[in-house]
Design a protein around this ligand. Structure first.
Ligand SMILES: [Zn+2]
Length: 122
């Protein structure tokens, strides 16, 4: 069944008026549709990159001073304390050099276990 609907609409990309056969039609042509689609993807990428940047700066904000007073630390906090990367720390954990407790799905590391690391090294 072909639609006999005729709607005058403005293309969302080139702003020209055109006759649409469906209410859902947003563009005058396939070209405008794909161009708008690409533009949309570009903008989405841009905004996710910006969000990542914002989140990244927010995530790296726990400061050494706030971490130093803690008894129990998560992976990120331990990294800050030891000034190492997460992958380095995870290697230490998987080798059994640092004991962790799983709280939910999070590795929690006791401060004293971090200090034990230095005892072992001596
Ligand atoms: Zn158009």
């Amino acid at each position: 069944m072909s639609s006999t609907l005729r709607l005058k609409k403005a293309c969302e990309y080139c702003k020209q008026t055109f006759i649409a056969q469906k209410t859902a039609t947003r563009f005058c042509s396939h070209r405008c549709n794909s161009r708008a689609y690409k533009q949309n993807i570009r903008e989405q990428k841009k905004s996710t990159v910006q969000q990542d940047l914002i989140q990244h700066t927010a995530k790296s904000s726990p400061k050494l001073s706030s971490v130093q007073s803690k008894q129990f630390l998560d992976i990120k906090e331990t990294c800050i304390l030891l000034k190492c990367s997460e992958s380095t720390l995870r290697k230490l954990i998987s080798k059994g050099n640092i004991r962790t407790a799983l709280v939910g799905r999070k590795h929690i590391i006791r401060r004293t276990d971090i200090e034990l690391l230095f005892d072992k090294a001596n």
